[in-house]
Design a protein around this ligand. Structure first.
Ligand SMILES: [Ca+2]
Length: 184
């Protein structure tokens, strides 16, 4: 029985990835910041627009604002606002397109807090490019009241644009302070 549940879980996650990426691919014309400029300036610049949600929804596209995803001011790692997600369904996500230079290493960092988790995963943050790549996914699950930092590294390969996605499960979590930099 446990094996069956695990297999179903894997299928569910795989299905979610596909749906979520499709949603991301079909949305937004946000081309993000320019990928040109000196490497040192690039490394210092946070390539994610409004990564701390202090400017509300600016820069972010969402499939279910005010239903599943809300801006929350009761808790935040940085500033006064974070993104709260409650009982996300398949395909729902918050995303942002980001301009990148091809064949460049990037690092994404963010903070998350999970008051209510699931047996498997509660929050996923991933980079969508052309394929679903498990090594570009951060699985956030430990339940607790503390904000914890997570990190995701990827190479842009031949892409000039990638999509950062925030996905949830039947859980409750907060995320805040997203940053993306060229990875030295
Ligand atoms: Ca914030």
């Amino acid at each position: 029985m446990k094996t069956k549940i695990t297999i179903i879980g894997v299928i569910a996650v795989a299905a979610l990835m596909g749906i979520a990426f499709s949603a991301c691919a079909s949305t937004g014309a946000n081309t993000g910041s320019t990928a040109s400029g000196r490497a040192s300036a690039e490394a210092a610049q946070n390539l994610i627009l409004n990564g701390s949600f202090e400017e509300g929804k600016k820069g972010w596209t969402c499939t279910a604002w005010d239903d599943i995803f809300t801006l929350d001011t009761t808790t935040a790692y940085d500033g006064t606002t974070s993104l709260k997600t409650v009982d996300c369904f398949w395909g729902a996500n918050v995303n942002q397109y980001l301009a990148v230079r091809p064949n460049t290493n990037y690092v994404v960092t963010f903070y998350a807090k999970v008051p209510r988790n699931t047996d498997q995963w509660s929050c996923l943050v991933k980079i969508g490019v052309n394929n679903i790549s498990p090594d570009k996914i951060v699985d956030v699950n430990p339940v607790g009241d503390e904000w914890k930092q997570y990190e995701l590294r990827f190479n842009s390969k031949d892409n000039r644009r990638v999509c950062l996605l925030i996905l949830g499960n039947e859980s409750e979590f907060y995320v805040d302070d997203f940053e993306m930099h060229v990875d030295k």
